[in-house]
Each structure stands twice: as C-alpha cells, then as structure tokens.
Ligand binder design. Sequence first.
Ligand SMILES: Cc1cc2nc3c(=O)[nH]c(=O)nc-3n(C[C@H](O)[C@H](O)[C@H](O)COP(=O)(O)OP(=O)(O)OC[C@H]3O[C@@H](n4cnc5c(N)ncnc54)[C@H](O)[C@@H]3O)c2cc1C
Length: 405
Amino acid sequence: MPENEYDAIVVGARCAGSPTAMLLARKGYRVLMVDRARFPSDTISTHLIHPPGVVALKEWGLLDRVIATGCPGIGTYAFDFGSVTVTGAPGTDEAPLAYAPRRTVLDKLLVDAAAEAGAEVREGFTVTEIAFEDGRATAIRGHRKGEPVVTERARVVVGADGHHSLVARLAGSEQYNQKPPLQISYYTYVSGLPMDGRYEVHLRPGRGFAAWPTNDNLTVVIAGWPRSELAANRKDIEGNVAATLELVPDFAARFHAATRTTRFVGQSLANFMRKPFGAGWALVGDAGYTKDFITALGISDAFRDAELCATALDEALSGARPFEVAMADYHSERDRPSLPFYEFTAQLATLEPLSEDLEQLLTAVQSNQDAMDEFARVAGAVTSPAEFLSEQNIRRLLAAAGEPA
Ligand SMILES: Cc1cc2nc3c(=O)[nH]c(=O)nc-3n(C[C@H](O)[C@H](O)[C@H](O)COP(=O)(O)OP(=O)(O)OC[C@H]3O[C@@H](n4cnc5c(N)ncnc54)[C@H](O)[C@@H]3O)c2cc1C
C-alpha cells in the first residue's frame, strides 16, 4: 500500500459513519473520517433508538456513556390508533430499554469513539469530488472552508453522507424500491411534560403525533400530516400542530401547560434503497437506505449496517474474501430484514385509517399483555412485522382472544 493511502475513507461522521470508522479502526485499519459539520452539532432528526440499536451501543462499549449523559431509558411504547390502544414493553433481556439521546450528545460521542479507536477525524471538511481510475473509486477531493483542495487516496471510499449522498450520486449507485415522501412532521422540545419512560404515539386518519423523553429533562414532541398537505399547512405550522395535538385533548392540555424551548423544525423524506457497493466504494446508513422516520428506524438501522459493512470490508481488505462477494452479502443482509419494516413504515406513513383486519387483530391484542409486548417489539424493531403479521401468528393471537380467525 502506498504510504499516503488510507485503507478506508469514510465521508460523513454521524450514526453511520462514526461506527463504521470506529469498527474498522478497531480492526487495525488506517481510516480517515471526514465531515463538513463540526461536533457537537445538531441535525434535522429526532433520535429514538430502539432496543437493537441499544444492543449495538452496548456491544461497542458506548451505552454507559449515553446513560451517563442523563438520558432517561424508555421501557414502554404506547400506540393509540383512536379505536384501539396497544401498550407494551419493546425491550429484550439484552436491552430492556430504548433511549433517545439528543443528536448533539449521541453524534459527538460516536465521533469521539471513532477517534479513540485510532481513526483520523477531519471536521469542517467538505468532500466535493470522488476520483475514479478505470471505473474504481480511489480518492476523495475536498477542503476546509477557505483552504486549498486536497486529495486523499484510499482502498475504499465509504459514503456515510446521508440521504443526499454525494458518494452515491458520483458512484452512480442504482436506487430501487422507491416511494415518494408520504408525510411531513415538525418537532420541538418542551420542558415540564414528564413522560415517565414512555414513548407515546397517537395516530388518527390523516394526522399523527408522538412524544418521548430525552436529555436535560426535555420531551420531544413531533406531529405531522400527509406530504400532500405540505403547501397548505406550511404557513401555520404551530396552528396545525396544535390542532393535531387537540385530537387527544389530555395530551394537548399537558403540552400547553409545558414550556417550549425550541422552534418547530420539520422535514419529509423520500423512501429508497440503493445498491450499497461498487468498485472501490460502499454506502452505509441513509446514504444506502432511507425511509420515512415515522417508525424511528434510521439510527438503529445505521448501527446495524455499520456493523455489517465494516465486517464485509474487513473480509475484503484483509483478502479473506473477494470484495464483490463480501459486499454482496452485506447488501443482502441489509435488505432481507429491512424489507418488511420498510413496507410497514410506508403503510404507517400514509396516515390512512387502520385496515379492518389490522384493527380486528390489534383489538384482540389489546386484551393480552404478552401480545401487546409482541406488538411493542415490532414497533421497537426487535420482531419483524412479517413474523407478527404471518397467518399463523394472526391465527394464534385471535384464538388467544377467543375470536375466529
Ligand atoms: C424529522 C426526522 C426525524 C427522525 N427521527 C428519528 C428517530 O427518532 N429515530 C431514528 O432512528 N431515526 C430518525 N430519523 C432518521 C435519522 O435521522 C437518520 O436515519 C440518521 O441520521 C442517518 O444517519 P447517517 O449517519 O446515515 O446520516 P446523517 O445523519 O444524515 O449524517 C450524514 C453526515 O454526512 C455529512 N456529509 C454529507 N455530505 C458531505 C460532504 N459532501 N462532505 C462532508 N460531509 C458530508 C453531513 O454533514 C452529515 O453530518 C429522523 C429523520 C428525520 C428527518
């Protein structure tokens, strides 16, 4: 390897990039991670981390650091669909609680862990170009503000640069399973609205909102409507959020008695998967797979994919398996478990009323705490919706509630 070449350059240093850089550096690779942002810094995203993401933090030795920031655990998920409410525990023995650390806290902690592992970290560095030789990505070009453009070479360039990924665009990664943006939501942080370790979701036809606790005794409150109403509602976000919260008057009263500490910030996301590798490049996190945030899967998925991608890259860089073979496994191990969650997420994000079948099932589930916990584990990304909604499982749940299948 030429002296000035890195094993891997990771573009983007948040939930996907930092763990990928950290895991590769821990395996002894020479890693450069760059981000145009500086840390700590916020980004447009709420930050519920479901139990599988919590397990990743624990395995990486970072969960204690998250807890030490005063971030409260979340042991109950409550889904109120109007006609039916399902309240259960999403946790497992390995991770009994979910957590929602502020991105200012979480992303800084992840960047520091990558640096501690030995990755070189350049903050405030914008990548503007990827260099290709014979169709293979070999280098990045970029610069710090006001400084000259530099070129850095690597055996592999990893795009962890979010849903607008420059690496994906320049590498020509194909998109598939695309769905348009389905809903738009706006969030704020309030003090004086205790949640007692609960993640609460309230869904009504064409409207939805959720709330859960985070650092500094604050509560995140997020509310939204179909993307088709973006233009009509954008002039009065506050009024539309207030009207949405009014759908559950008790919650609206608690919200109005609390103190808002930030303005509303909102976004809407298109849904797609991208082929996450090609000659000399790889994609991880939202760069390779973006979905609506209504199911709060992005961070947990980014952690999972960082682990899968770093394992595959280790096999390729060490020569244990050909790059194409190792990365094709990464691709299928990402997509196989993701697809049922992707469809479930898109269905919820339409904000359409529950289908009759699902309403019947959830009504049956409501009478049985074990079954409600099962549903909470689907919402918590522990159990696949494909498993929960399998014919056999539906029959079992309906029979347990004494209803015909
Ligand atoms: C409103 C909203 C709410 C959400 N709520 C949740 C939630 O509760 N739970 C959850 O799990 N997920 C949530 N998500 C999804 C979550 O934000 C993403 O899945 C997650 O941030 C993906 O992490 P990432 O590291 O892949 O990308 P990002 O967090 O987007 O990070 C990409 C990084 O790349 C850097 N970058 C980009 N281009 C360049 C460049 N050319 N040069 C240098 N640096 C570059 C950026 O500066 C950025 O720091 C939400 C998203 C939104 C929009």
